[in-house]
Design a binder for this molecule. Structure first.
Ligand code: AVJ
Length: 321
């Protein structure tokens, strides 16, 4: 018995930091006066799955609001975006959002980039079977510090796709730097980006502190990931999920708060936490449409188009490189 061969996407993994550098960076953040970790550590294989579950929660409006925006304005968006480009999906995750755009944007090639390598490899393999004729490339890469795409992407204009308001994980200053790097990487194409907008805290906070506790599990899973990567001895039960809106900074903050005084130990280091002391695990910045448009123009994009839903909760921006 023989099976027809299935198309398998090409996959490359780029390690920029060695495990020791990662451990040093983590230890430094945990030992800082205000303990913190970078949001990328939320995304191990389980973290990526928990994030997918978050997007199904009734309280978590961004994913479905963005999908509705893309569905409603697909034709108008497609009229701006160059056809036959290389579609580069930044933080592709399960690759679902980009797959829904294939018909509309008609890319010549699909490149999925994500830090969560094993999860991405799986998702891309499934997708390649659904779209056997579309050349696909998976790139395992942490682009949070610097967007440096490999030469395997080839020449020609690129449409970079950065949906889901992941840009909100950067401070506005970092976002400006990143948006400039994206523009350079677009090779004359542009950026299609989804951005969560400022709204009352009564709407924002439940999206990050849902009734089922899925976001709490997503946040606490960071501790299990740290135990893996750093060799620490975090006990999940000692920690409480916290989410609040910092109005002045215009950002949701996620923290993990110690439920008792405790000491966390790892090879070569430790950190004492007093009762109530916390680890800052994520920022999620919310923008006003005019402010985000100004940020794109400051980053050097020549033309910016924006679409928002009727409630004004979420924005989709096309920025010509
Ligand atoms: C993937 C960064 C856009 O900030 O809303 C969801 C991550 N954190 N719930 C967001 C997240 C808690 C999400 N981003």
């Amino acid at each position: 018995m023989s099976f027809p061969s299935l198309p398998v996407p090409q996959f490359i993994q780029i390690h920029r930091d060695d495990p020791d550098a990662i451990r040093r960076e983590l230890a430094q953040g945990l030992q800082a006066a205000a303990a913190h970790t970078a949001p990328k550590y939320l995304y191990d294989a389980l973290g990526s799955r928990l994030f997918d579950a978050i997007t199904e929660l009734p309280e978590y409006y961004p994913t479905r609001t963005e999908a509705a925006l893309l569905a409603a304005h697909g034709a108008a968006i497609a009229a701006e975006v160059p056809k036959g480009a290389t579609l580069v999906d930044l933080g592709a995750g399960n690759c679902e959002k980009a797959a829904r755009l294939f018909g509309l944007l008609q890319p010549a090639r699909y490149v999925a980039v994500d830090i969560s390598v094993d999860y991405l490899r799986n998702a891309l393999q499934c997708l390649q079977r659904q779209f056997p004729a579309l050349p696909m490339l998976g790139v395992g890469l942490d682009f949070s510090a610097r967007l440096d795409l490999p030469a395997e992407l080839g020449e020609g204009p690129r449409v970079l796709f950065y949906p889901g308001s992941s840009i909100g994980n950067f401070t506005p200053e970092e976002a400006l730097v990143f948006l400039r790097q994206v523009r350079a990487a677009a090779q004359g194409g542009g950026l299609l980006i989804g951005v969560d907008l400022v709204k009352p805290a009564e709407l924002l906070v439940p999206a990050y502190d849902d009734a089922l506790g899925v976001t709490a599990a997503f946040n606490k899973n960071l501790l299990l990931h740290l135990n893996q990567v750093l060799g620490s001895d975090f006990a999940v039960h000692d920690w409480e999920h916290m989410a609040s809106f910092n109005t002045k900074a215009s950002r949701i903050e996620m923290h993990l708060r110690a439920r008792r005084g405790l000491t966390v130990r790892w090879p070569g280091g430790e950190r004492r936490f007093a009762l109530g002391e916390s680890i800052h695990t994520e920022n999620s910045y919310k923008y006003r449409p005019a402010d985000f448009q100004a940020l794109l123009l400051a980053a050097g994009y020549t033309r910016v188009q924006a679409w928002t839903d009727e409630r004004g909760w979420f924005g989709m921006f096309w920025a010509q490189g």
